[in-house]
Design a protein around this ligand. Sequence first.
Ligand SMILES: Nc1ncnc2c1ncn2[C@@H]1O[C@H](COP(=O)(O)OP(=O)(O)OP(=O)(O)O)[C@@H](O)[C@H]1O
Ligand SMILES: [Mg+2]
Length: 452
Amino acid sequence: MAKILVIDDEFSILESLDMFLGEKGHDVYKAATGEEGLVLFYQHAPEVVILDIRLPDQNGLDVLSQMEKNEYPAKIIMITAFQDMETTIEAMKRGAYDYIHKPLDADEVEKAVNSALHILEVDHKTPLLEDMGEFPNREVIIGKSGKMRDIFKMIGLLCQNRAAVLIQGETGTGKELIARVIHRNSLFDREPFVTLDCSAVVETLLESELFGHERGAFTGASRAKRGKIELAGRGTLFLDEVGELPLNLQGKFLGFLQRREYMRVGGQQTLQSRCRIIAATNSDLFALVQQGRFKRDLFFRLKVVTINVPPLRDRLSDIQDLANYFLQKINLELGTEMLNLEQGVMDRLMAYQWTGNVRELENVLVEAVVRARGKVILLDQIEKVLSVNHSLPAMGLSSYSLPHMEKEHIQNTLTQVRWNRTRASRMLGISLPTLRSKIRKYGIEPPDLFEQ
Ligand SMILES: Nc1ncnc2c1ncn2[C@@H]1O[C@H](COP(=O)(O)OP(=O)(O)OP(=O)(O)O)[C@@H](O)[C@H]1O
Ligand SMILES: [Mg+2]
């Protein structure tokens, strides 16, 4: 039962809504002008207002704005005979909860009123987000699970030396984040952190990306260029998707690691580098070694220390902290004011597979926040977002156990978005480099239609 204010100059509408909502047990207040409506609004503080856009004395949108200025959180449902885009957008912009058209349909009115009341109730009784204090302005790794604590300890140890690190884990588990945090906590945190995505470029270019080249080293090399090793200086060189490094380059890179010396492509001069190497992969590098696709010696050079980042489904206790953290991050970035999750949402999140891991969790929350109509993320909305994601086969899992299904799914997704790889990677919940490497791994070819 709630207080509902109806403002409309059409007598028949006032009467029928009064009867209809009264029968449902609500207290109904009626006004035929904006001014009368505002008086009743301040007098009775209704939970829901049903407000006509066109009123005899003023524009319903202005009445809406005045009500929205009030501290009191009423949900305002606009009604109108017009079906134009601009008023709809304007009404939503000014904070209307929903928008229904004349002639009014009883079911539609009831649904809008009930969902507004549900949101008010949830907003009211859901506890606030755990206060995290000032939002951290640099990368932090969230998580208190035993597995993450072990990783924190390891990062602490690694900060005191320059040992090579291999970070393994499914897509979206936070490998790059961990690499950055290692760098930032090291003695060389003021030196550069340079990334080379080994899956991104063709082999010949990759070599010059890594080692640099001299002017005229190859067609198109009109000026000399420093390689990533050189750019990293005494800082960190982060080799992403290291499993994708072509065999030939693996040999050259191993040579560099053994002697800490290299030459630019087409160069004569021997250069030295003391940069720290952190490599990441989401394929099983040892399996690649056994298949002869990755050099054993390089593997052992890279994995002086190995960090295995567990998939999110193996550290469910981190989900709560991550969700809190992401909600605050999203509020800052999108200017929203989400307060928390409806009861039951957390259980749902814990039961989900999270094959795209932490990245997928963040994406799901962003989408839910954007769709939200109150200050709390409702179970319903999460369900909707997850059902879209869930119809996808398990990306992370499948990379080992269901390669065929994964290939097919990637192929379908790519076709669906006309080979827009960025969009496809977003839909699949994997990073662009990961997508590229999977395209290569499975030999997926664009149909001629999409050939660029
Ligand atoms: N423990 C965590 N705490 C906070 N944010 C996290 C955590 N783990 C991952 N993230 C965030 O999730 C996103 C994905 O993480 P990241 O890019 O490090 O994953 P990745 O393992 O490198 O994935 P891929 O293999 O697809 O490249 C990033 O925005 C990162 O900041
Ligand atoms: Mg990554």
